[in-house]
Write a protein that binds this ligand. Structure first.
Ligand SMILES: [Zn+2]
Length: 410
């Protein structure tokens, strides 16, 4: 008798280079085969051939972070897999904290199952490296998502986009990344400080790391069910806030648009419009992050900017009012709308800031510990002087008063 008989599929993928042939239905059932999978990879300890590097090292030339073709990511995909040439991939992690147990699956156009091509036991913060696509190296066994094995013959190369990559991980940080609904494409753009030096200032990798940390946290906050619930019921938030504080409602009772207010008459948005605006906040536009140099921050079109202090300490303590304001300009709102205007009792800036602080209080953001970057200690790269940010929440925070420690996104 043969114990532990494994049923598995042998898939003979008849594929020539660049997938010109797409016949792949020649599956045969075998038994008692011990698949020989690829070895796991520890990205903290890679051979030189993988060209491992850390992006945004403090000492790295800022010209690298401003290389818009090389440095960009979508906020819902901080671990980015890009095919390079016909036979390799570039793996980049835009995160100030590394990931463990990362599985990268491939999907070929002519085979309907995803199979594991890389298993990284560890990927460190802001890591980048290059890896040969194992199918190019020779015939191999691969673990399917279903737990079965598949054998795929050597394939000489792949045209760009021929392989779809997807990522899974048991790391709790990755679970938070997966919840981010926004897919905005983040870049650092030097055009602002080159064209208007003084109004904007150049950034550096120390600031870029903080900005990436902030935009991942902010994108997670916008995606949070409690935020959606509050955003789409802002009138209720205003009523509850006034009731909890024992005051009258200050300013507009609901979201209103860009039309100028006339004696307290607002162009209130409909429920359907508010739903659509929420989707616009978490859409897939390009976001160019810049740094303010003059007396005011700016946003609009792809641009959102804020001061050095906002990047180094402000976001850690939840002071996200300026960022929220500029991001609202980026989303199409001007100062007559309470989506961008902080006056008259506060609109989104006020609500978002209270909400963001409540998430820090709940430890319900991807990153809440300023020690992961220690930006304030890197005085050679900063104009101002800063102390370690210390977070506190006001006992009058309307989210704390309403939810009393509940509401964490599980
Ligand atoms: Zn403004």
């Amino acid at each position: 008798m043969i114990p532990n008989i494994k049923r598995w599929l042998f898939v003979n993928l008849l594929i020539t280079s660049f997938l010109t042939l797409t016949s792949c239905d020649n599956e045969t059932q075998y038994t008692n085969y011990e698949p020989n999978y690829l070895a796991s990879i520890d990205a903290t300890n890679l051979p030189i051939g993988n060209r491992p590097m850390t992006m945004f090292e403090d000492t790295e030339s800022p010209s690298k972070m401003y290389d818009k073709k090389d440095r960009w990511f979508r906020v819902n995909q901080p671990l980015q897999i890009i095919q390079k040439g016909k036979d390799s991939v570039q793996v980049s992690l835009y995160s100030p904290v590394g990931l463990a147990d990362v599985k990268i699956y491939a999907k070929l156009p002519n085979y309907d199952k995803r199979f594991l091509i890389y298993h990284f036991t560890k990927i460190p913060a802001f890591h980048r490296s290059f890896h040969q696509i194992p199918l190019v190296a020779g015939k191999n066994d691969y673990l399917l998502e279903t737990g079965n094995a598949v054998t795929i013959d050597k394939i000489d190369g792949f045209s760009s986009g021929a392989i779809e990559f997807s990522v899974e991980s048991s790391d709790p940080l990755f679970a938070k990344f997966k919840k981010i609904k926004s897919s905005q494409l983040v870049q650092f753009n030097d055009a602002y400080h080159i064209n208007e030096l003084g109004k904007f200032l150049p950034m550096n990798p120390v600031l870029a790391k903080e900005a990436i940390t902030m935009i991942l946290n902010y994108s997670y906050a916008l995606s949070h069910p409690m935020y959606y619930e509050t955003f789409t019921n802002f009138d209720r938030y205003k009523q509850e806030q006034a009731a909890l504080a024992g005051t009258a409602i200050n300013g507009a009772i609901n979201w209103h648009g860009n039309t100028d207010d006339v004696n307290g008459v607002y162009d209130y948005l409909t429920k359907a419009e508010i739903e659509q605006i929420y989707l616009n906040y978490v859409d897939n536009r390009s976001l160019y992050i810049a740094m303010v140099g003059g007396s005011s921050a700016w946003g609009g079109g792809p641009l959102a900017s804020q001061w050095e202090s906002g990047y180094i300490t402000g976001h850690w303590t939840g002071e996200m009012s300026v960022w929220s304001h500029e991001y609202s300009h980026h989303t199409g709102f001007n100062h007559s709308s309470n989506l961008a205007n902080s006056g008259e009792g506060g609109g989104q800036q006020e609500m978002l800031t209270h909400f963001y602080k409540y998430l820090i209080y709940l430890n319900d953001l991807p990153f809440t510990d300023p020690d992961i970057l220690k930006g304030w200690t890197k005085t050679n790269y900063l104009t101002g002087t800063y102390k370690k940010p210390v977070f506190t929440i006001s006992p009058k925070n309307p989210f704390l008063l309403k939810y009393k420690g509940a509401g964490k996104w599980n």
